[in-house]
Design a protein around this ligand. Structure first.
Ligand SMILES: *[C@@H]1O[C@H](CO)[C@@H](O)[C@H](O)[C@H]1NC(C)=O
Ligand SMILES: *[C@@H]1O[C@H](CO)[C@@H](O)[C@H](O)[C@H]1NC(C)=O
Ligand SMILES: *[C@@H]1O[C@H](CO)[C@@H](O)[C@H](O)[C@H]1NC(C)=O
Ligand SMILES: *[C@@H]1O[C@H](CO)[C@@H](O)[C@H](O)[C@H]1NC(C)=O
Ligand SMILES: *[C@@H]1O[C@H](CO)[C@@H](O)[C@H](O)[C@H]1NC(C)=O
Ligand SMILES: *[C@@H]1O[C@H](CO)[C@@H](O)[C@H](O)[C@H]1NC(C)=O
Ligand SMILES: *[C@@H]1O[C@H](CO)[C@@H](O)[C@H](O)[C@H]1NC(C)=O
Length: 218
């Protein structure tokens, strides 16, 4: 645990519900001049890097095929590969009040919908909910951009998304209801089935950020 604590001294470990963590950038991260998103107005993409080194863009999706009006009526959304999670709700992310925010399609007034990150449960998905005010993001969260170090760091051109003091718990798993759909799962286990995921299909990934603001969006 000593190494873990040392590595995590730059992270804020906020236990919320047992086995759950939400996604927030903490003051330690803000103190790193050479990594991460410095301005809350800078948007970024989230990408998954498989152990095979294949990379895929992630998006907030609804896990449903509802494209009735092109704008999903969903009020919950989940991190998933952008082409394998159903209707895409947002592909860009921002920080607001230190919280991770998905930037959805514009409404009738041209104001982009705001999707704030909710608690990530061990074995479950990374859920977001529609919010009237992006300032609600990050109130009880635990998200951090982590310097790009091992095990896969040198291969990955961007800061990593960490949660609960670790960047290594992320995986992409098939859904059970629609096996062609996949989602991002944190610390998958057999009980991930209660979140709708088929544990035997899970593949570990590292999640990283890409942005014009980081200079790694090619
Ligand atoms: C983003 O915020 C920074 C200061 O935090 C400011 O310098 C910059 O002009 C802003 N950019 C936009 C596009 O608003
Ligand atoms: C949703 O899309 C998937 C993948 O294309 C397909 O297999 C499934 O049958 C669709 N479900 C519905 C309810 O249309
Ligand atoms: C989604 O909603 C916005 C605003 O209501 C509208 O401008 C846009 O055309 C809609 N997109 C589709 C595909 O219907
Ligand atoms: C609103 O969303 C669109 C993509 O749907 C994006 O191009 C645009 O930058 C967003 N606007 C803001 C202010 O984030
Ligand atoms: C947070 O979002 C609100 C909109 O809900 C916006 O007015 C505010 O400027 C944002 N704050 C930052 C720091 O991005
Ligand atoms: C995936 O990561 C977990 C730890 O997060 C580890 O226990 C497991 O062995 C990894 N699986 C593979 C195939 O490397
Ligand atoms: C889980 O995936 C495996 C491998 O694709 C498949 O054989 C099994 O039927 C799936 N289980 C469920 C509950 O969908």
């Amino acid at each position: 645990m000593i190494n873990f604590i040392t590595l995590s001294s730059l992270l804020l470990l906020v236990p919320s519900a047992f086995g759950a963590a939400i996604l927030r950038r903490d003051n330690g991260c803000n103190g790193w001049p050479s990594v991460g998103i410095k301005d809350n107005n800078a948007s970024f993409e989230l990408w998954a890097h498989y152990e095979s080194r294949v990379t895929v863009p992630l998006a907030l999706t609804s896990f449903s095929n509802d494209t009735s009006n092109g704008n999903s009526s969903a009020t919950k959304a989940y991190l998933a590969p952008d082409d394998l999670g159903g209707t895409v709700i947002a592909s860009l992310f921002q920080l607001n009040n230190s919280g991770l925010v998905g930037i959805g399609s514009p409404d009738a007034n041209g104001v982009n919908a705001t999707w704030i990150s909710n608690s990530v449960d061990t074995g479950g998905s990374a859920p977001f909910s529609l919010a009237a005010d992006a300032n609600e993001a990050g109130i009880a969260d635990d998200y951090c951009e982590v310097p790009n170090t091992d095990p896969h760091g040198p291969l990955i051109d961007g800061p990593l998304l960490g949660v609960m003091g670790s960047t290594s718990g992320w995986a992409i798993c098939n859904r059970i209801d629609i096996p062609l759909f996949q989602g991002v799962v944190f610390n998958p286990a057999s009980y991930s089935s209660s979140y709708g995921f088929n544990f035997t299909t899970c593949q570990n990934v590292t999640i990283y950020l890409r942005s014009d603001a980081l200079g790694n969006l090619s």
